[in-house]
Design a protein around this ligand. Sequence first.
Ligand SMILES: [Zn+2]
Length: 322
Amino acid sequence: MRAAALGFALLLAACSSEAQEQVAIEPVPTPQVKPEAVETSSAHAEPLHDAKSATLNSKVAPEKMDGSKPLTCVGEAVQGGLLLCRTYGSTYVTLGNTKAQSDGNGKIILGFDRDAPATMTAKVVDPGGHSYSQAFNVKSRNWDISRIDGLPKNQVSEYTPEELKRIRAATARKKVGFASRVDTVRLTEAGFASPVAEYTKTTNFGAQRILNGIKKRPHYGVDMAAPAGTPITAPAGGVVSLADDDMYFEGSLIMIDHGQGLISYYLHMQDVLVEDGQIVETGDLIGTVGSKGRSTGPHLCWRLKWRGQNLDPELLTKWVDK
Ligand SMILES: [Zn+2]
């Protein structure tokens, strides 16, 4: 009885993983599906073993850094993870195909996509034109599998021209929000505070959805179920790059740029309590939990991107330097 109730709660708090980033429409799990077909055992993120030993010493001037390593970082090189590094000021770092520039304090963020390869090399070019490289072994993770079978084939929705117009307009607004690149890194060695104080996690970051045997886009968020109206607070300082309560799929959507395009975002809220361009600090109220858009129950779908790479926001809540 209890298990059945829990399964139902999990279903209620699920949101469509596929709908957020593009117009491509995927089938949505429906409540008729057996609960056990939806949720699987959780692959909890590993703790950040190295975070403490690698804590940045902010008193170390960049020019006094260990010359053999151009980047000194906290965090962990793991799929979906990120490093907050110190390097020389105004230095370009290219990781994979992604290029970023350190801020005036020599701080730079480097993210590892959910599907990052086992080894990645950062190419560092300082303002004097000297180049260095630093390799990272990227720890791989196992992802939850959400297998749902027996969905009717016609569950791919069809949209009216008016709906398509709304979807395209929302997609364009998201693009602008994700393009934000606040110069100064506002993320600190404290990582993220949880945006919701009390919640039940219903889906892990990275869960692989398999619908009728076909692999779909992974779930790029952490689903946190909580009663409608529960406060949502900023997990770290940043600048709001999008605050919109009329999104077709997300219902409502807030994006916060924590610096250099590290953007955390919040879906399905009941109330949006910030505005575009607003500066927020850790713990500031930004919205409340809701179930707007393509959602089947009150929850926060919390997501994180760095320059197009999909990251796991929950990993940052485990940084030790609180
Ligand atoms: Zn979600």
